[in-house]
Design a protein around this ligand. Structure first.
Ligand SMILES: C[S@@+](CC[C@H](N)C(=O)[O-])C[C@H]1O[C@@H](n2cnc3c(N)ncnc32)[C@H](O)[C@@H]1O
Length: 340
């Protein structure tokens, strides 16, 4: 049987960049299409698997971080790490956070960015903002820091997502209607866009020129990868979270469904716009590891508390009941996990 460099990467879920670096330094012969001799294959397997069981910690006072079983120097220390090292939360700007992650270190990205463009459009009349937008946040004017969604910034964000994502993996990005029109086309230059899904919130919300009941989810891939199930519809009927504790808190089911489609046990799930931590709860429920980031103090304290409680007691303190609507296809997917 012929083994390849990709087999080592897949088998141990290690970082491609590091395997290639080791091959270069040790002048290991690599044949056509990345093929390896049996001896070189075993050598690489032994070397990288020996690192899998090590824990995160410090070495010569410098933090290191265990990612995909491979020890990397941490450019940034997580603000929270679960006792089993599977859940790590960072407080940073999304682009900085991604830049500090090694290439090809993440298995699936599920995220719901803060679009400042949409918030500009939420302004009514003399610049007043509807809902509770003006009640909270810094300077009494904002719910939370906005990501500056200029085309250039958004492109850099997507390029970083592409870099950190492994090959043959999926990404899900949430969009409102305005940002879908303005920013989603940029994703087509970077990822292979496979579909645009609709999250149907079942009941109408605020809005003029038709009241809002949905959001979009762009689904794309880096390389080729099938979905885990052929039975997932492209409209997801999931209700809003009632009296949510964090503005824009999404029901965990939205993220769970992304992972039902695209994750395997122990996959590294990444969300650079963490908010209340709904994606982290979805990752735990799906037996995945998780890397989350948000710029705001409130997000970090809410999601830290939420994750800690969930790991301790399996209770989600910020969403106490299922948001699944009465929809047979949806219910079946959640009952079966992966219904082929
Ligand atoms: C739409 S909310 C995410 C909500 C989340 N999906 C949930 O279910 O709670 C967007 C988040 O992005 C964060 N954010 C804004 N600008 C950011 C930036 N530059 N980098 C990282 N996070 C940012 C906000 O603090 C906010 O929590």
């Amino acid at each position: 049987m012929i083994h390849t460099v990709q087999d080592v990467i897949d088998e141990l879920s290690v970082v491609e960049e590091d395997v290639e670096k080791y091959i270069r330094l040790n002048k290991i012969k690599v044949g056509k299409n990345g093929s390896l001799s049996e001896k070189s294959y075993q050598m690489l397997l032994d070397l990288f698997s020996s690192q899998v069981s090590k824990q995160n910690g410090y070495e010569n006072d410098k933090p290191f971080y265990l990612l995909n079983g491979h020890k990397i120097e941490a450019k940034q220390k997580p603000v929270f790490e679960s006792a089993n090292n599977r859940i790590s939360l960072f407080q940073d700007d999304a682009i900085n956070f991604l830049k500090n992650l090694p290439a090809a270190s993440v298995d699936v990205i599920i995220t719901d960015p803060a679009y400042s463009g949409m918030n500009q459009r939420l302004k009514l009349g003399r610049g007043k903002i509807i809902g509770k937008y003006s009640d909270a946040g810094k300077n009494g004017a904002k719910w939370f820091e906005e990501f500056h969604d200029t085309e250039d910034n958004y492109k850099t964000f997507l390029q970083e997502c592409y870099r950190v994502l492994k090959n043959n993996r999926h990404i899900y990005i949430m969009f409102d209607s305005f940002s879908l029109l303005s920013l989603a086309p940029i994703a087509r230059d970077i990822f292979e866009v496979k579909n645009v899904l609709c999250w149907d919130k079942v009941n109408i919300g605020l809005g003029h020129y038709f009241r809002r009941r949905h959001e979009f989810i762009l689904f794309a891939s880096k390389g080729k990868r099938h979905l885990n199930s052929k039975n997932i519809p492209d409209v997801w009927k999931i209700k809003r979270v009632n009296s949510s504790q964090y503005p824009t808190q999404k029901p965990t089911e939205v993220f769970e469904l992304m992972l039902i489609g695209s994750a395997e046990k122990d996959f590294v799930v990444c969300d650079p716009f963490l908010g209340s931590g709904s994606s982290a709860i979805a990752a735990i429920k799906s037996d995945c590891r998780f890397l989350g980031c948000d710029i705001s103090d409130k997000s970090i304290s809410v999601s830290k508390e939420r994750v800690q409680q969930f790991l301790k007691s399996k209770t989600d303190i910020y969403q106490n009941s299922s948001a699944l609507a009465d929809d047979e296809a949806m219910t079946k997917l959640f009952l079966n996990g992966k219904s082929k």
